[in-house]
Design a protein around this ligand. Structure first.
Ligand code: PMP
Length: 367
């Protein structure tokens, strides 16, 4: 879709990258770190300062009690996911994926020699059918992969569901790999609850975070995995031979960014909340119906109730060609048995870009 958007000079609301002003505090911190700190290898698990700050940030934001030794800094959340999957999946093992899901999970599981069983979340709330999840667990299942807040749906997994997942993981001796990269981008009052806050999951969950998402600096690729020491050790053992370490000056800068006061983070988030409100409001006025979403940079168009054919790929193709707006069909986030009635649009764009996109989408619907 990004390729098509470039080719057709369309507005790209497909791929999830922001074009809003970048946080100068972090850019300045990176510049100072490049000039005045180290440009040589940091410790393998990450700078102690960053690992301490990650723990302090989660204590402040999510009331988690995390030790510095439970944090492994990685090259983006992607590497944290890769290291976790390589640490836990052996050839022949199985993992459970909840669809729609982020595209990296399945290839990483397969690269580790494993296979995935999929369970579909149920729209419009994208709720998790726990009975179907438990039915998908077999003797070789090692892992459940959860993503909250969820890309593409923007929904958040609540405490009760996490507690139920904890009971399932205990019953079947499973690990919950929880991709929480969107934890800093929730725009309503829905609390983000990490599995690490659930007693039954404290020793059974891996929390994956990303500075790229917290600070809207997606090209920095600084992420981390947080887990009980035995899991953190296993993840670090994989990280050692995946990338060994991660850009030292950017680690310093991210440590400074995480230490910025809560008000700074609120102001940063408010810019994205404004984009969400603008796109949601404009689309509603133009007759599009959206599913409720709490977080991420995405909204979901419900095609059937918007009066459009429920074939997301066909509608996305028409939108990019006829309206000049690129989107992502949600069925692309499935490996099988896909829901086909939904489109994902990214709102992390300048206000003028969103206005123009809404105008084009309104014209398309009138035509
Ligand atoms: N997980 C999810 C759900 C994501 O949306 C993304 C980024 N789009 C990532 C992981 C990757 O994060 P990073 O860039 O830090 O590797």
């Amino acid at each position: 879709m990004s390729g098509l958007a470039r080719e057709l000079d369309a507005i790209n609301l497909g791929q999830g990258f922001p074009d809003l002003p970048e946080p100068v505090e972090l850019i300045e911190a990176a510049r100072t770190a490049l000039l005045e700190r180290s440009n040589q290898y940091p410790p393998m698990r990450g700078l102690a300062e960053l690992r301490r700050t990650v723990a302090a940030y989660y204590a402040r934001e999510q009331q988690l009690d995390v030790a510095e030794g439970e944090v492994v800094v990685t090259s983006g959340a992607t590497e944290a996911l890769a290291a976790s999957i390589l640490a836990l999946i052996r050839p022949g093992d199985e993992a459970i994926l909840l669809q729609p899901c982020y595209d990296a999970y399945l290839p990483l599981i397969e690269r580790a020699g494993g296979t995935a069983r999929t369970v579909n979340l149920v729209p419009p709330e994208w709720s998790l059918p726990l009975d179907r999840l438990e039915a998908a667990i077999g003797p070789r299942t090692r892992l459940i992969v959860l993503n909250t807040p969820n890309n593409p749906t923007g929904t958040v997994t609540g405490r009760e569901t996490l507690e139920a997942l904890g009971a399932i993981c205990e019953r079947h001796d499973l690990i919950l790999l929880c991709d929480e990269v969107w934890e800093g981008m929730i725009f309503d009052r829905t609390p983000h609850v990490s599995p690490l806050a659930i007693p039954s999951l404290r020793e059974r969950a891996i929390k994956v975070g990303s500075a790229g998402k917290i600070f809207s600096l997606t090209g920095w690729k600084i992420g981390w995995a947080v887990a009980a020491p035995h899991l953190a050790d296993a993840i670090a053992a994989q990280h050692q031979f995946l990338t060994f370490t991660t850009a030292t000056p950017l680690q310093w800068a991210v440590a400074q960014g995480l230490s910025l006061p809560r008000e700074w983070h609120d102001t940063h988030r408010a810019r994205y909340a404004a984009g969400k409100a603008q796109l949601e409001g404009g689309l509603a006025q133009a007759g599009y119906r959206l599913l409720p979403a709490s977080g991420t940079w995405f909204v979901t168009v419900d095609l059937a109730s918007s009066g459009l054919p429920a074939d997301d790929v066909a509608v996305a193709e028409r939108l990019v060609h006829e309206a000049g707006v690129a989107s992502i069909p949600v069925s692309a986030f499935y490996t099988q048995a896909a829901e086909k009635g939904y489109l994902r649009l990214c709102f992390a764009k300048q206000s003028a870009t969103l206005d123009e996109a809404v105008e084009r989408l309104a014209r398309f619907r009138r035509a």
